[in-house]
Design a protein. Structure first.
Length: 258
């Protein structure tokens, strides 16, 4: 009963509240995300709300068929994270391909055209945020798109599974953006419940996980997303058959820890 109340409260928060308080920790189970057809492709809207450190934080999942293309024109910096298939990206004339489980950071005000790269369907997340720009001395010198191919990431094995480090660097609006991919063996946990000052999202790529948030467990499958507000106790473990894999994405702004 507690879990269903949690989902209902989050839905009400996203759609009905006039006062835009920071989004609390929340889980978005893939099986419960309604799919709509608005314009091009299939769309699943998750978050679109301020957080404790971001003026707005938006996550949308898209599925494109082989002949479909999408133009993404946004003034915010954002991530393109591929779930399945191959994406063709045209970033203001710079062209590249992104495969499954790969991710790209795209600077603000960069026109982006997305198409399926292998004549089959492809699915991907667009994660974008709004925040004040960091001080000039902290900002990256170059603001070219950064693309990280899953197949080229170094896998560091450990007793629980392993890890792929993706990125840890400042961006236009973040003092630090850190991303890594964790693999857990069956039955393993990443760590005991803990807290930290920075906000975080978990995006499940494979298997089933149980995320413990403030003492309440939530079981989630592939495609699901978890948002963790600062200082909320949380921990994750593999509760499915075989290994699981997930992205962990954390960020630091001038408001972090305040």
């Amino acid at each position: 009963m507690k879990k269903w109340l949690f989902y209902v409260c989050i839905l009400a928060l996203n759609t009905g509240m006039a006062q835009r308080l920071p989004h609390p920790s929340a889980v978005f189970e893939w099986k419960m995300m309604p799919a709509t057809l608005e314009g091009v492709g299939e769309e699943r809207k998750l978050m679109d709300w301020p957080t404790e450190t971001l003026d707005n934080f938006r996550i949308v999942h898209y599925t494109l068929q082989d002949s479909e293309t999408m133009d993404l024109n946004t003034s915010s910096e954002h991530l393109v994270l591929v779930g399945e298939g191959l994406l063709s990206l045209d970033m203001s004339g710079e062209k590249a391909m992104l495969g499954p489980r790969s991710v790209g950071w795209i600077p603000a005000d960069r026109q982006l055209k997305i198409a399926v790269g292998n004549k089959e369907k492809a699915s991907f997340f667009i994660i974008e945020w709004e925040a004040e720009k960091v001080a000039d001395e902290l900002a990256p010198k170059d603001t070219y798109p950064l693309l990280f191919d899953y197949d080229e990431m170094t896998f560091r094995q450990n007793a629980r599974g392993g890890r792929r480090d993706v990125m840890q660097a400042p961006t236009e609006t973040l003092r630090e953006l850190e991303m890594h991919i964790t693999t857990l063996k069956e039955g393993e946990k990443s760590h005991d419940p803990h807290v930290h000052a920075d906000e975080e999202i978990i995006l499940v790529l494979q298997g089933e996980v149980e995320e413990l948030i403030n003492g309440t467990p939530y079981r989630l499958g592939a495609g699901s997303v978890i948002y963790l507000a600062a200082f909320d106790p949380h921990g994750i473990r593999n509760v499915g058959k075989g290994s699981c894999e997930y992205y962990a994405i954390r960020w630091i702004t001038d408001k972090t820890g305040k």
